[in-house]
Design a protein around this ligand. Sequence first.
Ligand SMILES: [Zn+2]
Length: 468
Amino acid sequence: MYVYVCFDVEDLVHPDSDDVARDIAEMLAADEITAMMCVVGEKARLWERRGRDDVIDAVRRHDVGLHTNRHSVHPAVAEYLADKGWEDGVAEAMRQEGPGVQDLSRILGAAPSTWGTPGSSWGPQIPAATRRLGIPSNIYSHARSGETGACWFAGQLCYSDYMSLPGGEDACGDDAAFEAALPTLLQRISDFQRQGGACLGLFAAHPTRLRYTVFWDALNFAHGQNTPPESYRFAPRKDDATYERGLRNLRRMIHAVRDLPGVELISVRSLNNRILPPADHIHWEEIRPLAQRIAESDAFCADNPQASPAQALDVLARASLYLAGDTSIPDTLALREVLGPINSPPALESPIKVPLQVMVALARELVDHVDTTGHLPTRLIAQDTPVGPGPLLRTLAVLFLDLDRGRKPDQVIISPGPEEPDIAARLAEEGIYRRLPGWPPHPPDLVLDRLALHTRLQSWSLRPAVLS
Ligand SMILES: [Zn+2]
């Protein structure tokens, strides 16, 4: 199992927190360990402005990710996405995060290999936006599918699973607490590995919390409030002995994880390259089992590494067009990245019976919509009735199997049933409603419903990632 070691380098308030990032970077480089230094864009700009070449040089020896452009400075990620739809949300995320990509690349000498969620401020447009910004993955992602620890969501490679020492940085600074906590962490990592985990983040520390007892943003950016730099409140500082102990135990923890049987430490940059890139085609013989799985199940799952539900629908529509058109069957079909619909689909109340040629025309319309937008349509009209992608997926799976057996039905029945992948509601519940309200910088009145809606809709694009 691959384990990537992460540090969130984010403190915009205490200037001497810069030293902590440097000390950690130098300590691990001496051990020939490459860590993920997940740096806030504004933090890197502060180093540059303060002339901290020592910090920059130390951090450059590691893998670098973008821990957002401005972290908890409002509006934070979920705040700037809360009232957005899909395209305007992606555009806003690119506008907000773009300067972080540019500045990190310029100051630290490498484009970020990942984007790391700040606290629990996440939105479903982030994966798509960071992909368009040229960032190849996300860590601490709220999107998840399968058990490997990596998935594809909205066209982005997302790592969801990570673990940390119980008690965190404070336990690192206290030998007794550390001794008690370390076996628990090691046990959890081994359990994850036994359950099929292929890659896992070891969240090692917020460097600032090895030195300060309270988070910089809890003091200055809580509940939607921005504090200007001239009014910053500073946290109580841990003494040098505690700080040194924290570094020492941090190192012990990382070594202990590295030495677990079957574990290999890896940079996120290298891990990105060990994930199989999305397949660009599917063999014709593979379409039948794909259709059977959908036709025989009451629900449709987003746990097939071969194709997301959206890709399955796109493939079944195109394959059915070949069969219905009596043209020669190709050996393979292109597998395209297809995102979920951008609005809430209608719920089909009762079955509709349509002639075969009407269903074929709907399949053509669906394929054309994907061609022009890259998304599934929110709805198509079948004999005056709006139909969402859920019923279309089931209908086309059954139709494909019929046509494939050489049977051309005169009529096709579009039946009511699930309108979204079975994981959609859970993803919105766990990824949005449960996680976002608990982050101290979020305002208490943060509206979550549109974030949840787009999380559900993009679950159409979800599938587990596979390691090569
Ligand atoms: Zn953070």
